[in-house]
Ligand binder design. Sequence first.
Ligand code: NAD
Ligand code: LMR
Length: 339
Amino acid sequence: MFTARQVFGAVQRRAFSASSRQASKVTVLGAAGGIGQPLSLLLKLNPRVSQLALYDIRLAPGVAADIGHINTKSEVRGYDATPTGLADALKGAEIVLIPAGVPRKPGMTRDDLFNTNASIVRDLAKAAAEHSPEANILIISNPVNSTVPITAEVFKSKGVYNPKRLFGVTTLDVVRASRFISQIKNSDPANENITVVGGHSGATIVPLLSQSGHQLSGEELDQYVHRVQFGGDEVVKAKDGAGSATLSMAMAGARFAESLLKAAQGEKNVIEPTFVDSPLYKDQGCEFFASNVELGPNGVEKIHPVGKITEHEQKLLDVCLSDLKKNIEKGVKFAKENP
Ligand code: NAD
Ligand code: LMR
């Protein structure tokens, strides 16, 4: 038996060794937006974050002043669009989250955001390549299927591309897939973990329900798949012109950042779905693909294959790959033609 003192000492040592390793600067670009604000709030509550740098073209110092009053240890600084603001926000960052850009309105696809968001992401990627080339770059701005390839091209053109450190954030698809199945099966969504692969828009989002132990068939399965693929549209419609998912996305982005920090701090078996430079479907023209990825101190540790899937899921995957290829090509072409 351990005495209370021994147990307390062990807990204290663990707490000390965890905190002594924690010196993680996290930067949010687009921090004053619908996602940026609650995301920054959740990051402020994360004890693994030691410095929080909030950058936006408007309002970031105000958001930083507000969040900075929360009584957790991390230092918060706001940076606006002065010549040095972006560079200072990025320098020394371990994680850079990018939710900068415009959201959808009803009737729009994510691809309709391309014309505006492609250049926003390209410019922020250029700054990140220059000032935080070794950071983990987490792309939230849509269309993710194209903005991730754009970021990769920018990093390649600067000679600092590390495929293990670039992530398209697709966590929200898995969050939704878990929530939606729990509503059908009356289960606890916290215990659900549905694998979702492909990309992040409509038919490129492929939930693999067969791997979860749950079974649906016929119309019920079709409705479930449709809801996961078009969950974003549900929110866009309900917000009626005022934007897209922000709060659930903030939670998903904070979860992904937390997983990266855990993995960087030595935790094993940290697995998240994410859209990365992946060997899985390169031979079919998809340089990037989302699947479960084991994270580690160097970012991507191991890309899990899609695994055994049903005939129905294979059909969904075939449609996904054909759309995804075009989205990726569009991003690469844009970055090459508009350096
Ligand atoms: P928003 O309009 O509320 O906020 C965007 C913020 O970006 C604004 O504060 C704006 O000032 C800022 N911004 C614009 N240009 C910038 C630049 N050059 N540098 C820095 N900041 C800049 O939008 P939102 O609801 O927060 O959504 C942001 C993006 O995230 C959209 O493209 C949306 O489609 C996407 N999104 C992705 C997911 C996902 O799962 N990956 C989920 C939801 C939303
Ligand atoms: C989502 O999935 O909620 C986001 O990609 C935002 C959108 O446009 O639907």
